[in-house]
Design a binder for this molecule. Structure first.
Ligand code: UD1
Length: 337
């Protein structure tokens, strides 16, 4: 069985990817030091996959730790999720973000080179497109100066990988996945998003507000140049996003000549914040308590994916609708309470 190292495998997107990997016949191995995830996730993963997932409770921003993991296994590919991701925090602690997000990638690719592991799927973000002119972005849309150190770490990591491959000396093969807005939870409600403290992202705030853990939901800005005045995003079910990683690995393992690819992972549909709120209320039969407030600094007005490349090249498509995602997000929140 092919062994896939998953850094940050106990996290939100990581854990859903573990499930998809096992479903597709891979043997995932997790490295995660649980600084932003919970240990019970492992039990849930074992239950969901009917297996005993190997997990190293180690920091992957450490060369010795990585050396140990690569030495003790026969890894065929790596999915690198482990990173800090809070935009606001990154503005307060930029050095921490650069050190962790860029540092861990460098140590990881050094270890991969040393142990002759070539296949890497890297978690990037649509944040690298900045504020696009028309809202819809394809992989060849212009890249722009990121609004936050977090966004900058993603762009720096993309550049490092692209440059190393362009130089032609490395045997590394890379697929960059630019995520749009992952939402929802596994349909079993056994795993989902576990934000530490007050959620920054929209859907966890909605579910926590609905369940009574948080107060009123604030909608940031009502005067954007969009049909209802609120921002537009491309919300994608986390299990569909997870599956895109498996398809990427398949492609890396099958295509000998593939060196570097970039895929947008979104649904291709732009949905406004207000539309999302309405859908959440409809599918879950709940009334949300919300109000408009000021725009949040750094928010992009409108962005959604041109998803034709990933659909055509990876034979990937979404299995879940946005309604499914909002139902699953709510089931997950209820299961936590
Ligand atoms: C943010 C980051 C993005 C990162 C992603 C995942 C920015 C500019 N972008 O995406 O780089 O990859 O998180 O962590 O921060 N909203 C509300 N009320 C809330 C929360 C959000 O109205 O309580 C609105 C926001 O203004 C935005 C939309 O909901 O218009 C989505 O916000 P969010 O879930 O934070 O995602 P992004 O900002 O798209």
């Amino acid at each position: 069985m092919r062994q896939i190292l998953v850094t940050g495998g106990a996290g939100y997107i990581g854990s859903h990817t573990i499930v998809e990997l096992v479903k597709s016949g891979f043997e995932p191995i997790i490295i995660d030091d649980f600084r932003n995830s919970e240990r019970f996730v492992l039990d849930r993963l074992n239950k969901l996959t009917q297996s005993n997932i190997k997990c190293y409770d180690l920091d992957c921003n450490n060369s010795q730790n990585l050396d140990q993991v690569f030495s003790e296994n026969r890894i065929d590919g790596v999915i690198h999720f482990a990173a800090y991701k809070a935009v606001g925090e990154s503005v307060e602690k930029p050095i921490l973000y650069y050190e962790n997000n860029v540092g861990s990638l460098l140590k990881l690719i050094q270890a991969m080179e040393k142990h002759q592991v070539n296949n890497l799927v890297f978690s990037s973000s649509c944040t690298v497109y900045g504020e696009p002119d028309s809202g819809v972005v394809s992989e060849s849309s212009p890249i722009s100066q990121p609004m936050s150190p977090y966004g900058h770490t993603k762009l720096i990591c993309e550049d490092i990988l692209k440059n190393i491959i362009a130089l032609g000396e490395s045997s590394l093969k890379v697929i960059l996945l630019r995520y749009f807005n992952p939402i929802g939870a596994h349909e079993s409600a056994l795993i989902g998003e576990l934000p530490l403290g007050k959620p920054n992202n929209l859907v966890p705030f909605i579910t926590q507000s609905a369940v009574g853990k948080r107060g009123q939901l604030q909608v940031f800005g009502k005067d954007y140049d969009t049909p209802d005045g609120t921002c537009i995003r491309d919300f994608i079910h986390v299990s569909d996003l997870a599956n895109a990683h498996v398809k990427s690995l398949d492609q890396l393992l099958e295509k000998r000549d593939l060196r570097f690819e970039v895929y947008n992972v979104g649904t291709g549909n732009g949905v406004s914040v207000l539309e999302l709120i309405q859908k959440f209320e409809e599918v879950n039969n709940i009334k949300l308590n919300w109000e408009f407030t000021e725009r949040r600094p750094g928010d992009v007005e409108k962005i959604y994916a041109d998803d034709s490349k990933i659909k055509n090249s990876l034979n990937w498509s979404c299995k879940f609708s946005i309604e499914d995602a909002l139902k699953h997000a709510w089931n997950w929140e209820k299961s936590l309470n």
